[in-house]
Design a binder for this molecule. Structure first.
Ligand code: PMP
Length: 435
């Protein structure tokens, strides 16, 4: 078929991919990556903080001295050396006594979510998730043809009473909720953390309702003020699937994450990995093992924490000084993101082209809801830009918002409200800017 267009394929697509489209936001992001644009949009760690020369030497040795295994196929579950190391890493978060046998190495946390969705979700099943939630997880659930029911949060994270109500509503609708997908610590995108007290309540509610828990914890080690609360998996072994990654504590380019699964299902996950990618990259796994054995990785995490704390402070004080009245935002105690609520009448999605023209980018809140809500929110990242650039970005963003508010005051709501369709949003396939 030469010279075919996309339309020639449309009717042949599997049902599960028909709802996947490239959003207009994605198109704007290609412009947003230009150097003159201050990007508050991405989720990228500040890789320049790594000792790159030393990492380079380590990778060279991995090929020259261990190439026979590091450049070879591996096993589906991941190497035993790495799984043992992962158990050690998890003790830092308070998860003790995990067996390497129950760890499945994945291609980033993203593949972990995909495997769990394939394992548990049939078309039409319901996933309960915080509202807002991680865009990459929403894409996975959408591809599994599941329905996401968002549960609201406040400054202490997921609201237990709202979770109970969501479970009841799902039962009333005759659907089956398979699991709660939650990012309890330094949530992406909201930046909030589930309180100690609520952790127990949420676990009790899920246990009573027979609901599994998928706990996604990429940011737990990036705390700015003491240690983060214990993960849910450290409190309950059964029914909790713990997902994490080396993307934010070391480097996302290696694409190494993991699932700590209840023993009974570990084998199924391994078979699914084999069907999916045969095995995770032996070279990337070897790199992580070498990194954890020969380099000061705990100090590196400390240095990420310090850099991000300084940047969070810079972003928060710029918001305080510069944002128009009526704007509010969360106060993250770790992680990479602030979630802002903009003054009534402004639409973060509609405003995006004007922000890009003013050389600043953010992610509109709509990307983080499966149902098209979120127009009065935006996610602001503080891990990547320097404190000075963060302030400049906020200055530009505040200018755009002030202008929009003035236009509304002079010309009325139609001046800034687009006539875009409300309703279920097209699932956005995650990319670097949305991570
Ligand atoms: N979960 C959450 C909450 C994330 O924010 C991310 C990436 N930003 C991931 C999973 C996936 O990360 P990775 O695949 O790089 O491990």
């Amino acid at each position: 078929m030469t010279g075919t267009t996309q339309d020639d394929y449309t009717d042949r697509y599997a049902r599960r991919v028909r709802g996947m489209t490239t959003s207009e936001i994605r198109a704007l992001f290609s412009v947003a990556s230009r150097p003159e644009v201050v990007s508050l949009a991405g989720g990228s760690p500040y890789i320049q903080a790594l000792p790159l020369d030393a990492v380079g030497e380590m990778l060279g040795r991995l090929a020259s001295e261990h190439g026979a295994s590091s450049l070879q196929y591996g096993i589906g579950q991941g190497t035993i050396e790495l799984r043992e190391r992962i158990c050690e890493v998890m003790t830092l978060s308070g998860i003790h006594g995990a067996s390497p046998d129950d760890v499945v190495v994945t291609v980033g946390g993203q593949q972990a979510l995909d495997l769990l969705a394939r394992l548990f979700l049939d078309p039409g099943d319901v996933v309960l998730a915080e509202g807002p939630s991680y865009v990459g997880a929403l894409g996975v659930f959408q591809a599994a043809q599941a329905h996401v029911h968002h549960v609201p949060m406040d400054d202490d994270g997921l609201i237990p009473a709202a979770l109970e109500e969501a479970i009841r509503a799902t039962e009333r609708s005759g659907r089956k909720a398979k699991f709660l997908y939650t990012i309890p610590t330094f949530q992406n995108p909201a930046g909030v953390t589930l309180s100690e007290e609520r952790r127990e309540q949420v676990l009790d509610i899920c246990e009573r309702a027979g609901l599994l828990v998928v706990e996604d914890d990429p940011y737990g080690m990036l705390s700015f003020e003491g240690d983060a609360p214990l993960p849910l998996r450290a409190r309950r072994r059964d029914g909790v699937f713990y997902v994490s990654t080396f993307s934010k504590t070391f480097a996302p380019g290696l694409r190494v994450g993991w699932i700590l699964a209840p023993h009974a299902v570990r084998e199924k996950l391994v078979m699914m990995t084999e069907a999916n990618v045969l095995c995770p990259s032996a070279f990337a796994q070897g790199a992580i093992v070498q990194y954890l054995s020969t380099m000061p990785w705990r100090e590196q995490i400390k240095s990420y924490r310090e850099i991000y704390r300084e940047r969070r402070d810079a972003l928060l004080s710029a918001l305080d000084d510069l944002m128009p009245v009526g704007t509010t935002w969360t106060n993250p105690t770790g992680g990479l993101f602030v979630w802002a609520t903009i003054p009534e009448g402004l639409d973060s999605k509609a405003m995006m082209p004007r922000a890009i023209a003013a050389r600043v980018a953010y992610v509109p809140g709509t990307g983080f809801y499966a149902d098209g809500t979120g127009t009065s929110n935006m996610r602001l990242n503080f891990s990547y830009a320097s404190p000075e650039r963060l302030r400049e970005g906020v200055r530009r963003l505040a200018g755009v918002m002030e202008q929009e508010l003035e236009m509304r005051a002079v010309f009325g709501a139609s001046a800034t409200t687009p006539h875009h369709r409300r309703g279920p949003a097209a699932a956005d396939v995650p990319g670097p800017d949305l991570a």
